[in-house]
Design a protein around this ligand. Sequence first.
Ligand SMILES: [Zn+2]
Length: 186
Amino acid sequence: MRCSEARQALVAQRDGRLAQSDIVTLQEHLEQCPACRAYEERLQCLNTRLVSPTPRSSSSISTERILLAVQHQKRITQQIKDIQTQQQSRMARMRVIGLPLAAIAFFTLGSIPLLLLALIIVQPDWLVNTISLLGGVVYALIVLAQYLQAGLMFITRDNMLLLGVAFVLVVMMGMWLRLMRHPREA
Ligand SMILES: [Zn+2]
């Protein structure tokens, strides 16, 4: 028996359509030929895989995939939770620092127009005195103050603008505090 015949016989044996006499010759060939024995083993292996119910194997694969997906999802959820807790703690810190700063900023911004108003009321005498004393320098300062006053009037007229300025002030003070607390490493 040749190898090709033996392999055909093996397939036929698997399908249960091999004559008894051929089985004997096949066995004789297999005892002599390691290549055909290996072929037989492969055929048996394939056979058991085909015979064993496929739904189980596919379901096991899908279960594995589901488990992997669940683990992946869990990891992502954990990461999101970590980020959320970080944000929450940061927000809490911002609130602790931000509220007093906002109060100070609003108080300062509120008191500046009042001071300017007081300045306007006492301005005539003060103007004459200071101009005669210090001349152009003070005049320039007054002009500057007037510009500032005009700007502040414009700012306080618009509530949103006031809020924006207060916010910028708060941010700047927060940055300053942060820099003061954590000096730059050399
Ligand atoms: Zn052979």
